[in-house]
Design a protein around this ligand. Structure first.
Ligand code: 5GP
Length: 190
């Protein structure tokens, strides 16, 4: 099987990791492609099936679990399942590209554990919990209850940051984008 590298970006929701991952995919010439996760939540406005996620019903998600189709999967929030399909990795490696992931902290460490040499695991750290909460509110896509749930989870996730290969502080977004590009470039060249 063709093989390449795996670049994991993990962080609490609202840390800016999705923006950084999108930057790496569209504004650099790095040979990367995005691992499209399966998710059982409903699409947000503007999200496209087969581009942002493969949106599945909870039942379809469970069938894929039973088929052993996932490299890793989790109930990230209650009744919201997310997972990395094994077929995404083979699809992208076959294209001759490296895989980039936007996944939660536990999923990111799980991939690092399964592919220790091939993986660069980056933890994106928001400047503070307060700033992260402000960003989540600014996004205005979530109910108050969901914002609270995401903020509570973020505090736990930050405790995992030392287990990552590197921590990228997202204080100033343009600097964080440059740092991320450098990090990934040197890992791919190593
Ligand atoms: P959101 O609902 O904001 O798109 O994602 C919620 C959380 O689930 C984020 O931290 C996101 O990175 C994570 N996530 C997305 N895809 C996956 C996946 O395939 N596996 C795991 N473990 N987490 C994921």
């Amino acid at each position: 099987m063709a093989s390449g590298k795996l670049i994991v970006f993990s962080a609490p929701s609202g840390s800016g990791k999705t923006t950084i991952v999108k930057h790496l995919l569209s504004e650099t010439n790095l040979p990367l492609d995005f691992s499209i996760s399966a998710a059982s939540r409903s699409p947000r406005e503007g999200e496209v099936h087969g581009k942002d996620y493969y949106f599945l019903s909870a039942d379809d998600f469970r069938s894929k679990v039973a088929e052993d189709a996932f490299l890793e999967w989790e109930e990230v929030y209650k009744d919201n399942f997310y997972g990395t399909l094994k077929s995404e990795i083979t699809r992208i490696w076959k294209e001759g590209k490296h895989v980039i992931f936007d996944i939660d902290v536990v999923g990111g460490l799980n991939i690092k554990k399964q592919f220790p040499k091939e993986t660069l695991a980056v933890f994106v750290q928001p400047p503070s919990i307060e700033e992260m909460e402000r960003r989540l509110r600014g996004r205005a896509t979530e109910t108050e209850e969901k914002i609270k749930m995401r903020v509570a989870k973020a505090a736990q996730e930050i405790d995992f940051s030392e287990k990552f290969d590197t921590i990228l502080i997202n204080d100033d977004l343009s600097l964080a984008k440059e740092d991320a590009t450098q990090l990934v470039r040197s890992f791919l060249e190593s």
